[in-house]
Design a protein around this ligand. Structure first.
Ligand SMILES: Nc1nc2c(ncn2[C@@H]2O[C@H](COP(=O)(O)OP(=O)(O)OP(=O)(O)O)[C@@H](O)[C@H]2O)c(=O)[nH]1
Ligand SMILES: [Zn+2]
Length: 371
C-alpha cells in the first residue's frame, strides 16, 4: 500500500537570530547602505561594490576613519590579470583611493568605462580577514560578488546593522536546515492532473522552494525526481537561450507518464547567481564568452548552487531514494553527499535550437554534462 507522504506542518521554532542578522544586512546592502561585519578581532564597515556611489564611499571613509579597500573574488582578480591563483578572495588597495567609477570598472565587466584602468597602481593581496565574509554577503544579496570595506577603529555609526562573519558563512546551510512546509494545494497541470504543489520556507521567512508532487509517490521505492533550478527566462518566457522550459515541461510529462514522482522547483535562478547577474552573463555571452566563462568574468564560480535545500525537502517529503532526471553528475554527487540515495540517473535530454546549441555544447564539453 502507498503511504501518504509525511508532511511537516509547522515551524518548530522561531528564526535563528543569525539568519535574521544576515537578512537585515542583505536588505541594507541592496539599498546602498553600509553594514558592520565582525570577524574575530576585527570590525569592518562594508558596502556592496555594486551599490556604491561617491557619496556613500565618502561617508564610509569618514565613519571608519581610513580609506576603503576593495574585496573581489580570486576569479575576478584572475580575469583582471591580478593573480594566477583563482581561489579565495583578494584585497585591492590604492594609494590614491577609489572612486565609484573605478570600483565599477574593477568589479563589473558590463560597466561602460570612460577611462582605461591603471592596474599597476593597485596593491593586491590574498585576503584572510573579513573580506571573504563581505564578498559572501554580496553574493547572498544577489549582487556582484565584490565589496568595499574599511576597518573600523572607533565607534560604529549608531544605526548600522551588525552581522557576524561566521553567520554569513553558515547562512545557506542554516536556512536550508530550517525549511518547513508552509502550504500545499492541488494544482492540476496540463498532462499531469493529479498534481499538488507543496511550498517550503526557511524559518527566517526567506525565499520559498516548491515541490510539485505528481500522483502518490511510494516512499518505500526510489521516487522519480527532478531538481529544477528556477529559470525565469526559460520557464516562464520560453527563452530559447537555454533548455530549461523544455526540461521543466518534459520532466512533468515524464513523471506523469511514470505514474508518480516529484519535481523540486528550486529558487536558485541563474545557477545561483540571481536573475540580474544572469542577464549580465547573457550580455557577456553575446560578447563571445561561453556560459561558464561569463560567470567567471563576473567573479562567480561557474556554478554557485547548493543542493542541501533539495535534500532537506526530499527528507521532509519522506523520500530517501530517488531516480534522478538529470544530465548533471554534480547533482547526483551532491544529493548523495546530503544523504539522499540516487539509485539511478535518468537522462533528461531535449533537442537543441539555433540559440542554445553553443550553451548545450559548453555544458557537455566543459561542464561535465552527459548528453
Ligand atoms: N549563470 C547562468 N545561468 C544559466 C545560464 N543559462 C541557464 N542558466 C540557469 O541554469 C539553471 C538551469 O540548470 P539546470 O537545468 O537545473 O541544471 P543543469 O546543471 O543544466 O543540469 P540538468 O539537471 O542536466 O538540467 C537555471 O537556474 C538557469 O537560470 C547562463 O548562461 N548563465
Ligand atoms: Zn534557463
Amino acid at each position: 500500500m502507498t503511504r501518504q507522504l509525511d508532511l511537516d506542518p509547522r515551524p518548530e521554532s522561531p528564526a535563528p537570530k543569525p539568519l535574521v542578522a544576515v537578512d537585515r544586512a542583505i536588505a541594507e546592502l541592496r539599498r546602498g547602505a553600509a553594514v558592520l561585519v565582525r570577524a574575530p578581532g576585527l570590525r569592518v564597515l562594508m558596502l556592496a561594490a555594486e551599490a556604491v556611489g561617491d557619496e556613500s564611499l565618502a561617508r564610509l571613509q569618514a565613519d571608519a576613519g581610513v580609506p576603503p579597500v576593495l574585496a573581489v573574488t580570486g576569479r575576478r582578480a584572475g580575469v583582471l590579470g591580478l593573480t594566477e591563483t583563482e581561489d579565495g578572495v583578494f584585497r585591492l588597495s590604492s594609494q590614491s583611493g577609489f572612486d565609484a567609477a573605478t570600483i565599477a570598472a574593477l568589479t563589473d565587466p558590463c560597466a561602460e568605462s570612460n577611462s582605461p584602468l591603471d592596474l599597476s597602481r593597485l596593491d593586491v593581496v590574498k585576503a584572510s580577514g573579513a573580506e571573504p565574509a563581505c564578498v559572501a554577503l554580496a553574493k547572498l544579496s544577489r549582487l556582484l560578488p565584490a565589496a568595499v570595506l574599511a576597518e573600523l577603529g572607533g565607534h560604529a555609526p549608531f544605526d548600522v546593522v551588525q552581522v557576524e562573519a561566521d553567520d554569513i558563512a553558515a547562512y545557506q546551510t542554516t536556512a536550508a536546515r530550517s525549511l518547513v512546509q508552509v502550504s500545499q494545494a492541488r494544482v492540476p497541470l496540463e498532462g499531469a492532473e493529479n498534481a499538488r504543489i507543496v511550498a517550503f520556507r526557511p524559518s527566517d521567512g526567506g525565499i520559498e522552494h516548491l515541490a510539485i508532487v505528481i500522483g502518490e509517490p511510494d516512499p518505500d521505492q526510489p521516487v522519480l525526481a527532478r531538481l529544477h533550478s528556477e529559470c525565469f527566462t526559460g520557464d516562464l518566457l520560453g527563452s530559447l537561450r537555454c533548455d530549461c522550459g523544455d526540461q521543466l515541461r518534459g520532466a512533468i510529462a515524464e513523471i506523469a507518464q511514470a505514474g508518480s514522482g516529484v519535481l523540486l522547483y528550486l529558487a536558485q535562478e541563474g545557477r545561483g547567481i540571481g536573475l540580474v547577474n544572469k542577464l549580465r552573463a547573457y550580455q557577456l555571452q553575446d560578447a563571445g564568452f561561453d556560459t561558464l566563462d561569463a560567470n567567471l568574468q563576473l567573479g562567480f564560480d561557474d556554478d554557485e548552487r547548493i543542493y542541501l535545500p533539495a535534500a532537506q525537502m526530499l527528507r521532509l517529503l519522506g523520500i530517501g531514494r530517488v531516480r534522478l532526471l538529470t544530465n548533471n553528475p554534480g547533482k547526483v554527487e551532491s544529493l548523495a553527499r546530503h544523504g539522499v540515495e540516487v539509485t539511478e540517473r535518468v537522462p533528461h535530454v531535449f533537442p537543441s535550437n539555433d540559440h542554445n546549441q553553443g550553451y548545450l555544447r559548453t555544458k557537455a564539453t566543459r561542464g561535465g554534462h552527459l548528453f
